[in-house]
Design a protein around this ligand. Structure first.
Ligand SMILES: Cc1ncc(COP(=O)(O)O)c(C=O)c1O
Ligand SMILES: N[C@@H](CCOP(=O)(O)O)C(=O)O
Length: 483
C-alpha cells in the first residue's frame, strides 16, 4: 500500500506507510491518503465479528490497520496493537464498549477509556508504539511539533513521555483550555515534553505547525514529525473503532447503522468516511459542530468559508473551537477523484483568506447521496439541556462535545441505529457539567490529584521564527535525542 499527497500531481511520488508515518505532513502542504481504500467484504466482516468476540479489540485493530500497511510484518503489527490497546492503559477491557441510550435508536460508542479520557487516546497510544518501533528500526530520532485545543496535546504527551529518541513541542491556545485540560499537560515534568501557550486560537497553533513542517530544510535538520490528525497514522487507527462499533451494535451481515460525530478538525468523521469507503455498512455520517459551524455550513450549502481567529468563538465544547479543519482536504480530495490540481486550486483559494463554493455541482450533490453526509450544529444552551436531560432521564453523564453529537443525532433519527461517538469524559469539563446537572462530574481515581502541583509551560507569540528558536533550543537541550 502506497500513499500520495492530496495535492500530488504525479503518482510516481507515492510512498510506503512508514515513510509517511514519520513525515506527517507532505512537503507540498497536502495530506497523505492511500492510493486506494482496501475493500472489506461482508464475509470478512463476519470473520472479524468472531475475531472481536474471541480475541478482542487489539486483534481487530491489527487486521484492519494491516490492510493499509505492507512495510511492517504482520506479527510485529499485532504486537504493537496489543501493547497499545490493553489494561491498565484502557480502563475497560473491551477498549471500545457501546451502550444504548434508553430503548431508542441512539447508542454511545465509548472511546474515552484511555489514559487521558478522550478519544484521541484511541489513535495516540498506537502512534506512540509505531513511532518508537520505526525510529528504532532506522536508528533515528524525532521532534514532534503539534497543536492542541485541549485533548490531542495531553493524549500525545501521555503516549510519548519518556520514549527514547522522541521530543514533543505542543502548542496550546493560551487561556482557551479548561483547567483540567491545562493541568493534564502542564503538570508533566518529563524532559522530553515542552508545553507552549501561544497567543492565539487553535487554528493559529495549527498554522504554525504547518509552517514549520513546510520549511523542508528546517524539517530535515530537526527531524520534525506530526501527531495531529494531519498524520495519516492517526486516521487509520481511528478507522478501527467504526468497525468495532458496527460489530457490537449489529448481529448479522449488511445491517446499516449511522454515526453521529462531534467535529472540529474533521479527523474523527474522516475516519468514518474511510470506513464507509472500505465497505462498512454505514448509512449516514452525521456531522455535529458547536457554534464554530464552518463545516456545518459547508455540508448544508456547499460553501466552505473558514473563519479567522476573531470569529472563532470560545465555547463550552472548547476542543471543537476550530474554524479551519485540516482533514476536510482529505474528503475533498476523494470527492474530486483525487484530482491533485483541483485540490490545490480549492485550498489555494482558502489559504489566501478566501473560500470556495461548490453548491449546484454534481460533486456537492454526491456529498449527501454518495457519501452519506448530513450535518447540524449545537449551542451552549443545547449542550447544557442535552447533558441535563440524559442525566435525569437515563442516569447517563456525557461531556459537552458528546452532547453536541447527541443533539444533532436527534435531528436525524430514522429507523436505523445511530452511534454517537463519545469523544471525552465529563471530568474534563467540570464547569459546564455543573451548570447542566447542578453538581460536578465524578473524578475517576486516576485523575484525583491532577490539578495539584507545579506547572511547566512556555509563553510564545504567534510567530514562526519564535517557534523555530524554541524547537532548536529544545533539541539542543536534549543531547540524548540526536544520535
Ligand atoms: C473532545 C473532542 N471532541 C471532538 C473533537 C473533534 O474531533 P475532530 O477534530 O477529529 O473532528 C475533538 C478534537 O477536535 C475533541 O477533543
Ligand atoms: N480537538 C483537538 C484538536 C486537534 O485535532 P487533531 O485531531 O488534528 O489532533 C485537540 O483536542 O487538540
Amino acid at each position: 500500500m502506497r500513499y500520495l499527497s492530496t495535492r500530488a500531481l504525479n503518482a510516481d511520488d507515492a510512498k510506503p506507510f512508514c515513510d509517511i508515518l514519520l513525515e506527517g505532513l507532505a512537503a507540498d502542504g497536502g495530506l497523505y491518503l492511500p492510493e486506494t481504500y482496501p475493500q472489506v467484504s461482508a464475509e470478512t466482516l463476519e470473520q472479524w465479528r468472531e475475531l472481536l468476540a474471541t480475541e478482542g479489540y487489539a486483534a481487530l485493530a491489527a487486521r484492519v490497520i494491516g490492510l493499509f500497511i505492507d512495510d511492517i510484518p504482520a506479527d510485529d503489527l499485532a504486537r504493537l496493537t496489543a501493547a497499545a490497546y490493553t489494561g491498565p492503559k484502557f480502563s475497560d477491557p473491551q477498549i471500545v464498549p457501546v451502550s444504548r441510550i434508553g430503548a431508542g435508536p441512539l447508542w454511545l460508542g465509548h472511546l474515552s477509556n484511555g489514559p487521558t479520557a478522550a478519544f484521541k487516546d484511541m489513535a495516540m497510544q498506537l502512534l506512540g508504539e509505531l513511532m518508537e518501533y520505526e525510529l528504532s528500526r532506522r536508528g533515528s530520532w524525532m521532534t514532534i511539533v503539534g497543536a492542541t485545543s485541549g485533548d490531542t496535546g495531553s493524549s500525545a504527551e501521555y503516549a510519548l513521555r519518556g520514549r527514547d529518541g522522541i521530543a514533543v513541542v505542543m502548542l496550546t491556545p493560551a487561556g482557551r483550555m479548561t483547567p483540567f485540560q491545562q493541568a493534564q499537560m502542564f503538570s508533566l515534568s518529563d524532559p522530553n515534553i515542552v508545553n507552549v501557550a501561544v497567543e492565539g486560537v487553535f487554528d493559529d497553533c495549527q498554522d504554525l505547525v504547518k509552517a514549520v513542517h513546510t520549511d523542508a530544510a528546517f524539517k530535515a535538520t530537526y527531524h520534525l514529525g506530526a501527531v495531529n490528525s494531519i498524520n495519516w497514522a492517526r486516521l487509520v487507527a481511528q478507522v478501527v473503532y467504526y468497525f468495532c462499533c458496527w460489530l457490537r451494535v449489529t448481529d448479522g451481515p449488511g445491517q446499516e447503522i449511522s454515526f453521529a460525530v462531534p467535529t472540529g478538525n474533521f479527523g474523527d468523521i474522516c475516519a468514518g468516511h474511510i470506513a464507509r469507503a472500505m465497505g462498512l455498512p454505514i448509512r449516514r455520517l452525521i456531522l455535529a459542530t458547536n457554534e464554530n459551524d464552518v463545516l456545518d455550513e459547508f455540508f448544508r450549502t456547499g460553501v466552505y468559508r473558514p473563519r479567522g481567529p476573531e470569529q472563532t468563538w470560545a465555547t463550552s465544547s472548547p476542543s471543537m473551537d476550530i474554524s479551519k479543519a485540516s482533514n476536510f482536504e482529505r474528503f475533498i480530495a476523494d470527492l474530486y477523484g483525487r484530482d491533485g490540481a483541483r485540490v490545490r486550486e480549492l485550498f489555494g483559494a482558502v489559504a489566501g483568506g478566501g473560500f470556495f463554493d461548490i453548491s449546484g455541482t454534481p460533486e456537492f450533490e454526491a456529498v449527501r447521496t454518495g457519501y452519506g453526509f448530513v450535518s447540524g450544529s449545537s449551542t451552549h444552551a443545547d449542550r447544557v439541556a442535552t447533558i441535563g436531560r440524559l442525566w435525569r432521564e437515563h442516569g447517563i453523564l456525557i461531556d459537552p462535545h458528546t452532547a453536541d453529537g447527541v443533539k444533532v443525532a436527534e435531528q436525524y433519527v430514522a429507523d436505523e441505529p445511530v452511534v454517537v461517538l463519545e469523544t471525552a469524559l465529563p471530568v474534563k469539563f467540570a464547569e459546564t457539567i455543573t451548570e447542566a446537572i447542578g453538581e460536578p462530574p465524578p473524578t475517576p481515581e486516576r485523575f484525583a490529584h491532577i490539578e495539584e502541583g507545579p506547572r511547566r509551560v512556555v509563553d510564545l507569540p504567534n510567530d514562526v521564527d519564535a517557534l523555530k528558536q524554541l524547537i532548536v533550543g529544545t533539541v539542543e537541550s536534549l543531547p540524548s535525542l540526536v544520535r
